[in-house]
Each structure stands twice: as structure tokens, then as C-alpha cells.
Design a protein around this ligand. Structure first.
Ligand SMILES: [Ca+2]
Length: 741
């Protein structure tokens, strides 16, 4: 009798939960990586994305949704509903010992998954995580998916990987090798497919094991982040498609976007960096875009499998699917050296690793494969296969971002604009299906939207910690075409590129503290071709002031670097900000002119390699990145691999610095930095953004008014060298009222 009663009570409970689950929708957020605004078919692109187009046709397309311009900050913001710096991930994953820049999610945040647990959601995470600097198998895992609210995880903890044998591949809390994973052995491993297959598997298991709970699923594809890699049969679909170059594709996209009503007739097409007729290796350049397109179509196919799984399990109607992109198209020149490593030698250059070895080092992303062979790179190396490591480059990124300006990293529209497709059969009004929604929105809105859909309150405390209040507005009113209840402007900062949008007005700057504010009327000019700052100084001032208040409130300031980005550098700048901390640079006056940036060489001749600054790279001062050197590209046949090189230049100081100095550097290949012949600092590995390096007291003691000398010792490899070094000090000065950023 007792047993029967228990069964009866259990049935009643199950019934109650089922009723609640029916009201609470499943929610899937799909994020892709380094994709431009106009790549998808339903946003004007020629790339085949039929399954996303189909979701768009039955759902809503947001025309002005914004991310935060880079992988880590976007993920931190999306997951927590906060601005990235509030979540501790204002930059990438290095710990800069400032609250906004820890490279690890703050414990004063909750993820969407954690917040939804109070409504009995079961949570699944797939793909690229990239919000903790702890990624080694035995590293502290307090910020891995399972410790941040998710019940299952399959993906990579790092920000990029070889698609055929990824680093930091992890299932739940266990590091795995793609090649020997007993739970998943496809004919050919490809990360995009593995993410899709595991999403489908989790959906099916959810239906079998926990059908009475609603679920939240976060699917973060790494398509189409570099390296350009895809299965050959997926690339074949695009063979020849891009042989006519950039202009016809851009113009066709531009025309389609206007025709479909996505963009305003008044918006001009942004400038194109290079003309196709000037491109030396056209077959290689075409191939780069063919692979990029294939990567997206392969992702779209996987999204189709996820949708099909929802239909097969009867959960399609009650699932809200949202698709967006983490930053604008990527113009980084990764793997695009003029003379890279084009062929394999007979024997591997490195010790091969067994198939079951766990790959965590980024060397297994861009330098070498498990086989022991180095990755192939450079102009002429056809991307796609597992042993190539190449980005698709500046010109195609410009095409991907049609019609906008700038790229990933920047707060101009090409850096932060993303499609947002929302498909929700039971939530979206008939009148809105297949329509555009034109109010702006930002990543922080996704937390509010999920909680609104689930009927959950945002927690004030979680796991014993006070939780920072959310920043976003729910997007649910958009589902019926209503205005959003937004009370704050949209605001951004990434590496000192910054912006604020209030109504139709957007104030935006690039290039660190010295970057000059530009003002645009986004309604009339979303491609940001007509800077109105000189015409409306009062509006510039008020928006800049609002940006500054926001930056202080959200841990953006103080920045952890010193005027790292713009050229020309100035000798001294004092810019008090309202935290009471200001940043003062002591910068060599002789570095003022970009054209002067040339290296001279000293040392035993056999160890020295001479190169001038190569300003053909995309990230010269012209685009906002002060790239202080790109030596490399010797004539073909020059024996230069792994040769130590010394790069040296003189600079002048007006006064002997009286405070602790730091070097800031963007580099790869673990360079050493010397000052006046004395060892100053050693950087480890490579950086993906600027880092501060404390310099030795011995080197500091050598600095003097007048001429001084930087030298960088680096190991030259196929990858070329990016080294951008500056010198500065962080000092505290009294607050000054009325200061602008
Ligand atoms: Ca990205």
C-alpha cells in the first residue's frame, strides 16, 4: 500500500512539473565565431545557409543587434548579462590584475544556466567556452561549464583550434583526445560536426531521461574562426564561386540587402581595401573564401540537424532558438605571410605524439600537428586541410562586413554588428514572422530575455556571493513588434576602441586613449562615412561624458595598458579619468613617425636578420593598430627558420622616468626585451592582445634623458613576428573634474 501511494504521489509531482515545463520554453542560443554581418543568405550573403534562412523565414531578424567585438568579451557578456569588464573578462584571458581584466569569469556573476536552474532547467553547453584562463586538464576548473551551471559539456575551452584535432577538447570535466574518444568516432573528425552531433545527442538524451524539465542549450561554434579548415567535399561546393574577386560579391550583397529592406537606401558602401586586379595570387585568395563559405555551410547543416532533432523529439514548437555571431568579420593576418612554410619535409620537425595524448598547448593550433609536422602557412598554401593554418584576410573580411567599416576588435559597425535570428513558434506573433525588427539590442539583453521567457527572477545572491545587477533589457516585446523597455544607452569598450549609442546617435573611437571621437547619425549613415563630430560638439561632449561614467562604473577604467594603439605616439599625455587614476605615458619622441620605424641590427652577423617594417600587413597604424614591426619575409630559399634575430631601435626620453615602468607588448614566439643592453623582460608564448610586462630594476636603472635603446630578441619562424613594444608607467594623480576619456 505504501509503495502504491509513493507511486501515486510521484505521478502527481511529475504531472505538476510537466505543466510547468509546458509553460517554460526550451531555449537554444547558437553563437558562431568571426562571421560578418552579411554572410548568411538571410542577411544578404551568397553563402548557402538554408537552415538559418528557414529559421529566419519563420522568425524575426534583428537588424541592429550588437556583440562586443571580440571572442572572450562577447562570451562573458552573453553568458552573464553584464558588460564584459564587469564579468572580469574585458580583454582576453591574460590576468592583468585589474578587476575588469582578470581573464576569468568573476564570482560576482551568474551565467544564464545558473540563473535558469531555479526554474528547474537542465543546461547543456557545446563548443567554444573561452571565458577562463585555466584550460589545462588539471587546472582549477571553477569556471568551466559544469561549475558554471551546465549539466553537460562538449567542446573546447580555448578560443581556437585545429578543426580536425582540437586542443583543450573536453567532455564535461574531462579532457579528451578527438582521435581516441570512445564515445564519438565519426569517419572523419571535424569540430563543427562534432559540436552539432553532440547537441543532437544531448537533445535526444534529454527527451529520454529528463522529459519533464525544460532545457537551455548554448551552442558556440568555432566556425568560421581561423584556421580556414573544412572537409574537402564541403569546399567543393564553392569551387570557382569567388574567382571574380571582392567587388562583384560586395556589390551583389549590397544590392540584395537594399532589396530585402535590411539596409537603408541612404547607407553608402564602405571603402574596399584592395582591388582584385592588384592581388598577386588570385587562386589562393579565392580558395580562402571558398573554405570560409564551406565552414559556414557546414555549420548551417549542423544547425539543421539540431532543428530536426527538436522536431523528432516533439520539442520544436516549445523551443526558442536564437542565432548570433560573436564579433564582426576578422581581418587578422594570421598565417598569411608572403613566404610561409609551404611543404612538408620528409621527416617531421617535431616529436610525433600518440593519438591518445591530450592536446592543450596552442602550439598544436598554429605551429604543429600531432603527427610532428609543422603547420603549412603563407601565400599560396591552399587552406582547408588539417595541416594548414591560414586566415582569410582583410579583403574578404571587408566583403563579409558589407556595407560596414572596420572589423573584429573595433566598435565601428563592422566590428560589433551581428545578425540575430529568433525563432519561437509559440512566442512570436504571426505578424512578425519573417519580418525584420529594427530596434537596437546588445548581448546583455540575452540574459534578460532568457529569464523573461522562463519567468525567473535574476538572483541578487548566488553561491554565497553578491551578484552584479543585470544590464540588459528583455527582447520578448520584440516578438510582437513592441518597443523594448531599455533605460540605458548601449556602450562598448575593447582595447580602448570604444563607443556609445543613444537613439540614433553613436559616438565611436578607435585606437586607445588618444583615439579621437567620431559622431554618426546611424539612422542616416550606418556605414559611418560622415563624421558629424565637428558639427555637434555638445553632443560629443555629453556622450563622451556618459561613456566615461559607464567606463568607471563597469571596470573598463583603469585600462591595463598605456596608450598602446595609435600612431603617432606622443611624448607625454595626462588624461585624468574619474576613478582618480590616470594613465601617463613616457614615450620615445623618436617613435613619432611610422615611416621612421625601422630596425637596425647589431651582433654577430650570423645571428642577425635585417628587415624593415613591413607595412603591407593589415594592422598598421592606418587601421588603428600600431604594429611596431613585422620583420620577416626574406627571399624564398633563405635559411631562416628558428634563427634568433635581434631587432633594435633607439628612442629618446625627455626625463628619466621616476616611477615603476612597464613594457607593453603584443608579440609571439616568446621574445626577450632588452633596454640599453640590459635584459628587461621576457614574454612567454604569444599574446593575443597587449600585456604589461614588469621590467627589471637593472634595465630601469639604465634609462636616462636623451638616447636610449630597445632591443628585442626573438626566434624567427614561419609565422613571422609581430612585436609591438612600448614603455610607460601607471601613476595615480588627483581626479580632475570634467575630464573626458
Ligand atoms: Ca570571435
Amino acid at each position: 500500500m505504501k509503495r502504491i501511494l509513493s507511486f501515486f504521489i510521484l505521478s502527481m509531482l511529475t504531472g505538476v512539473l510537466s505543466a510547468a515545463a509546458a509553460e517554460r520554453p526550451n531555449i537554444i542560443i547558437i553563437l558562431s565565431d568571426d562571421v560578418g554581418y552579411s554572410d548568411l543568405g538571410c542577411y544578404g550573403g551568397e553563402i548557402e545557409t538554408p537552415r538559418l534562412d528557414s529559421l529566419a523565414a519563420g522568425g524575426i531578424r534583428f537588424t541592429q543587434f550588437y556583440n562586443t567585438a571580440r571572442c572572450c568579451p562577447t562570451r562573458a557578456s552573453l553568458l552573464t548579462g553584464l558588460h564584459p569588464h564587469q564579468a572580469g573578462v574585458g580583454l582576453m584571458l591574460e590576468d592583468r590584475h585589474l578587476p575588469g581584466y582578470r581573464g576569468d569569469l568573476s564570482s560576482n556573476t551568474v551565467t544564464i544556466a545558473e540563473a535558469l536552474r531555479s526554474a528547474n532547467y537542465r543546461n547543456y553547453c557545446l563548443g567554444k567556452w573561452h571565458v577562463t584562463r585555466h584550460v589545462a586538464p588539471n587546472a582549477p576548473n571553477h569556471n568551466w561549464p559544469l561549475q558554471r551551471g551546465f549539466d553537460r559539456y562538449y567542446g573546447i575551452l580555448q578560443g581556437a583550434a585545429n578543426f580536425f584535432d582540437p586542443i583543450t577538447l573536453t567532455r564535461d570535466n574531462t579532457a579528451i583526445s578527438a582521435l581516441t574518444d570512445p564515445e564519438y568516432q565519426p569517419d572523419e573528425y571535424y569540430l563543427t560536426d562534432a559540436i552539432s552531433d553532440h547537441a543532437v545527442r544531448f537533445i535526444q538524451e534529454h527527451k529520454e531521461q529528463t522529459p519533464d524539465q525544460p532545457f537551455f542549450m548554448y551552442v558556440a561554434y568555432t566556425a568560421a574562426h581561423w584556421p580556414m579548415q573544412a572537409p574537402e567535399q564541403a569546399i567543393a561546393r564553392y569551387k570557382g564561386k569567388y574567382d571574380a574577386g571582392y567587388t562583384p560579391i560586395r556589390e551583389a550583397r549590397y544590392a540584395r540587402m537594399r532589396e530585402m529592406g535590411l539596409i537603408d537606401e541612404r547607407w553608402e558602401l564602405s571603402p574596399q581595401p584592395q582591388q582584385w586586379e592588384n592581388i598577386e595570387n588570385k587562386p589562393w585568395e579565392s580558395r580562402c573564401m571558398e573554405v570560409y563559405a564551406a565552414m559556414l555551410t557546414e555549420m548551417d547543416r549542423g544547425i539543421g540537424q539540431i532543428v530536426d532533432a527538436l522536431k523528432e523529439t516533439g520539442m520544436y514548437e516549445n523551443t526558442v532558438v536564437m542565432y548570433l555571431q560573436d564579433n564582426g568579420a576578422c581581418a587578422e593576418g594570421i598565417g598569411r605571410e608572403r613566404n610561409g612554410k609551404a611543404t612538408h619535409p620528409d621527416e617531421p620537425e617535431f616529436e610525433p605524439l600518440p593519438n591518445d595524448a591530450i592536446l592543450t598547448s596552442t602550439a598544436f593550433m598554429d605551429q604543429r600537428a600531432r603527427s610532428g609536422f609543422a603547420m603549412l602557412k603563407g601565400v599560396g598554401v591552399m587552406p582547408g586541410p588539417a595541416d594548414t593554418f591560414i586566415a582569410y584576410g582583410h579583403n574578404w573580411a571587408n566583403v563579409s562586413n558589407t556595407p560596414f567599416r572596420e572589423y573584429k576588435h573595433f566598435i565601428h559597425e563592422g566590428g560589433i554588428s551581428t545578425p540575430l535570428i529568433v525563432h519561437a513558434p509559440t512566442k512570436i506573433a504571426e505578424s512578425m514572422r519573417g519580418e525584420f525588427y529594427r530596434e537596437p539590442g546588445q548581448l546583455v539583453d540575452l540574459m534578460s530575455t532568457c529569464l523573461d521567457l522562463a519567468g525567473v527572477e535574476y538572483p541578487q545572491r548566488y553561491s554565497g556571493n553578491d551578484i552584479i545587477p543585470p544590464e540588459g533589457a528583455s527582447l520578448v516585446p520584440a516578438f510582437s513588434g513592441q518597443p523594448l523597455q531599455r533605460t540605458k544607452p548601449l556602450v562598448w569598450d575593447h582595447t580602448g576602441n570604444r563607443g556609445i549609442r543613444d537613439g540614433k546617435w553613436k559616438l565611436v573611437a578607435k585606437g586607445g586613449a588618444r583615439g579621437v571621437w567620431e559622431l554618426y547619425d546611424i539612422e542616416a549613415d550606418r556605414s559611418e562615412m560622415h563624421n558629424l563630430a565637428a558639427m555637434y560638439p555638445g553632443r560629443v561632449e555629453s556622450l563622451a561624458r556618459a561613456w566615461n561614467h559607464w567606463a568607471v562604473r563597469t571596470n573598463v577604467l583603469p585600462w591595463p595598458w598605456i596608450n598602446v594603439l595609435p600612431w603617432p605616439w606622443e611624448q607625454v599625455r595626462t588624461g585624468p579619468v574619474q576613478t582618480g587614476i590616470s594613465i601617463r605615458e613616457v614615450v620615445p619622441t623618436s617613435m613619432n613617425q611610422q615611416v621612421d620605424w625601422k630596425y637596425t641590427l647589431e651582433a654577430p652577423p650570423e645571428n642577425w636578420f635585417h628587415s624593415d617594417f613591413d607595412d603591407s600587413a593589415w594592422n598598421t597604424g592606418k587601421s588603428g593598430f600600431g604594429n611596431g614591426g613585422l620583420p620577416g619575409n626574406p627571399p624564398i630559399g633563405t635559411p631562416w627558420r628558428t634563427k634568433d634575430i635581434w631587432l633594435r631601435r633607439e628612442f629618446e626620453l625627455d626625463t628619466k622616468p621616476d616611477t615603476a615602468l612597464f613594457l607593453y607588448a603584443y608579440y609571439d614566439e616568446s621574445p626577450e626585451i632588452w633596454i640599453n643592453g640590459v635584459f628587461a623582460a621576457k614574454a612567454e608564448g604569444f599574446s593575443t592582445s597587449y600585456v604589461l610586462l614588469p621590467i627589471t630594476a637593472e634595465a630601469l636603472a639604465t634609462l636616462k634623458p636623451g638616447k636610449n635603446c630597445f632591443a628585442v630578441k626573438a626566434s624567427q619562424t614561419e609565422g613571422g613576428q609581430y612585436i609591438d613594444v612600448g614603455l610607460g608607467s601607471l601613476v595615480t594623480t588627483p581626479n580632475t573634474a570634467g575630464a573626458s576619456p
